[in-house]
Design a protein around this ligand. Structure first.
Ligand code: SAH
Length: 221
């Protein structure tokens, strides 16, 4: 029997400790990020037949043509966000809900948008059942969540052709957005937008990554 859907064995915990060490060796220094990677059971976000892949440092398909990001990428984006307890954070691209759970684990109030109905439904049920109190929304991340903003931090987890103006607007003064922006070779440059108190902002770049695309137009039933 597979038993409890949210089982977390010594073996899983051991594999997770190794995964946390892997992201540390790859250069992650924020101890709160490393602790969150060690705390969140990534195998809960996988279909049971693929559990053996959950603790490899790799992206993996989650259905609807999407992927759960590579743990190192999750850690890297989260480190750039400089998460503090109580931060109000908008995530664009809920996917499996793993990244949102990492942010929740770090004490953030998390609002996450997904445009694929099936993934939204799955995350909306799974996250509270697992004890991760993330607010999930079905909609278009290009528009953000104007009625819930502004946010201390914004994280986009799909490759964006440009930085959406609506998201910059929904960032608080002093806020940080982390967004992978498309290059012309099919990969993305990890980009941060830091908003100053006077509303001006500064953009900086943090290396190459590869994401599934941020899709526009209409939401997907
Ligand atoms: N953060 C996710 C990984 C997501 S992959 C995790 O931890 O598992 C990127 C996700 O962005 C996909 O689920 C995709 O459907 C979603 N997406 C793509 N375009 C979007 C848009 N315009 N608005 C909201 N979500 C979008």
């Amino acid at each position: 029997m597979s038993g409890n859907r949210f089982a977390d064995t010594f073996r899983h915990k051991g594999l997770r400790k190794q995964l946390a060490e892997t992201v540390r060796k790859k250069g992650i220094t924020d101890e709160n990020v490393i602790s969150a990677i060690e705390a969140i059971p990534r195998h809960w976000f996988f279909d049971s037949s693929f559990l053996e892949f959950a603790y490899e440092d790799k992206a993996f398909p989650i259905g609807s043509g999407q992927t759960i990001s590579q743990p190192y990428t999750v850690a890297f984006q989260t480190q750039l966000l400089q998460v503090k307890r109580g931060d109000k954070i908008l995530e664009v691209g809920t996917g499996s809900g793993y990244q949102a759970s990492i942010l929740y684990q770090m004490g953030a109030k998390v609002f996450s948008i997904e445009r694929q109905r099936a993934l939204y439904q799955k995350a909306k049920e799974m996250l509270p059942a697992a004890g991760f109190l993330v607010k999930t929304f079905f909609g278009d991340g290009y528009k953000g969540l104007p009625t819930f903003g502004p946010f201390d931090k914004i994280i986009v987890t799909a490759g964006a052709p440009f930085i959406p103006e609506a998201l910059i607007e929904q960032l608080k003064p002093g806020g940080i957005m982390v967004i992978p922006v498309d290059d012309d070779d099919g990969s993305q440059t990890m980009t941060t937008v830091e908003k100053a108190a006077d509303g001006s902002y500064e953009i900086s770049q943090h290396g190459k990554f590869r994401f599934v695309p941020l899709l526009g137009d209409k939401v997907h039933d």
